[in-house]
Unconditional design. Structure first.
Length: 228
């Protein structure tokens, strides 16, 4: 006869998030979505100064910020992200943009781990958006697939990307989303060992050193694509 014991397992505290966007409807919508999905929205901001003040006061685990904010609607959100990264290096940062802006995306990703660059249109895929936020909070760097597609689709003479097979391009795109080899395998319905072989081949063809650090791997590949 077996005896069952009830063991109380402490629930993980919800991720604390600050949402910053001058579009009130989008900001309130994001805050509502996150609140319903198990996040704790500790503050909302409509400009860069407000988001910096909130982050300094509340020290959230994740900040979601629009790349263009008042007063000039150019790079205020990106500038705020730089300051947050400098002052709070362990805070995850997700920058939202209405358009693919390669230069801004690469500058952001170069600042370290727990960084994401997503198009606002990506928010409509709620499950994927929430999964992305969770992965960034855990340390991943995530590049919007639209940015990857724009970089990969560009063709130049003697383009090293021309050496990649169709499957390797798929793996490359998923690498740039910050997914692990196991995660890529699940998406492509192949074994983790097969993905490892593809990754080694990609790195070799692009003349990039192999590394066990997923973040450096993503940055190396995407930086190479942007700089070519």
């Amino acid at each position: 006869m077996t005896m069952e014991q009830n063991v109380d397992v402490p629930a993980r505290a919800p991720l604390r998030v600050v949402v910053a966007d001058d579009d009130v409807l989008l900001r309130e919508g994001l805050a509502s979505l996150l609140g319903r999905s198990g996040f704790e929205v500790t503050g909302q901001a409509g400009d860069a100064a407000q988001v910096l003040a909130l982050v300094r006061d509340l020290t959230p685990e994740l900040v979601v910020v629009d790349i263009r904010m008042p007063p000039t609607h150019t790079t205020e959100g990106l500038d705020a992200a730089r300051v947050i990264r400098q002052e709070f290096p362990e805070t995850g940062i997700v920058v939202l943009s209405a358009h693919v802006e390669v230069e801004h995306a690469m500058e952001l990703l170069a600042s370290g781990r727990k960084i994401g660059y997503l198009l606002k249109s990506r928010v409509t895929d709620v499950e994927d958006f929430l999964d992305t936020l969770g992965r960034i909070a855990k340390g991943a760097s995530v590049v919007d697939p639209a940015l990857v597609q724009e970089l990969v689709s560009a063709r130049r003479r003697n383009d090293p990307l021309g050496l990649l097979s169709a499957r390797e391009r798929e793996v490359l795109a998923l690498m740039a989303e910050g997914r692990s080899n196991a995660g890529i395998g699940r998406r492509l319905w192949v074994t983790e060992g097969t993905v490892e072989k593809h990754v080694r081949s990609i790195l070799a063809k692009l003349s990039l050193p192999e590394t066990d650090d997923d973040h450096r791997r993503v940055l190396a590949v995407v930086t190479f694509l942007e700089a070519r």
